[in-house]
Write a protein that binds this ligand. Structure first.
Ligand SMILES: [Zn+2]
Length: 66
């Protein structure tokens, strides 16, 4: 599982996202950013979000993706 804490990007936001892949989190976080923060999801925003996605260490399948 991977996790993203929106508050690391948008100070004060308590939203967190979990997903099996970065793409899954990016899809959810992108929708959240647009709806709750009024952000336009540009490639720069996507990269910023991607940089804050963390692997929560529960390797459930040893896929070995960095
Ligand atoms: Zn947020």
């Amino acid at each position: 599982m991977k996790t993203l804490a929106c508050g690391e990007i948008m100070t004060g936001c308590a939203a967190t996202f979990r997903g099996e892949t970065e793409d899954e989190i990016l899809a959810r976080a992108g929708r959240h950013a647009a709806e709750d923060h009024g952000l336009e999801v540009t490639p720069n925003v996507v990269e910023l979000v991607r940089a804050h996605i963390r692997d929560d260490g529960q390797a459930s399948g040893a896929q070995g993706r960095a």
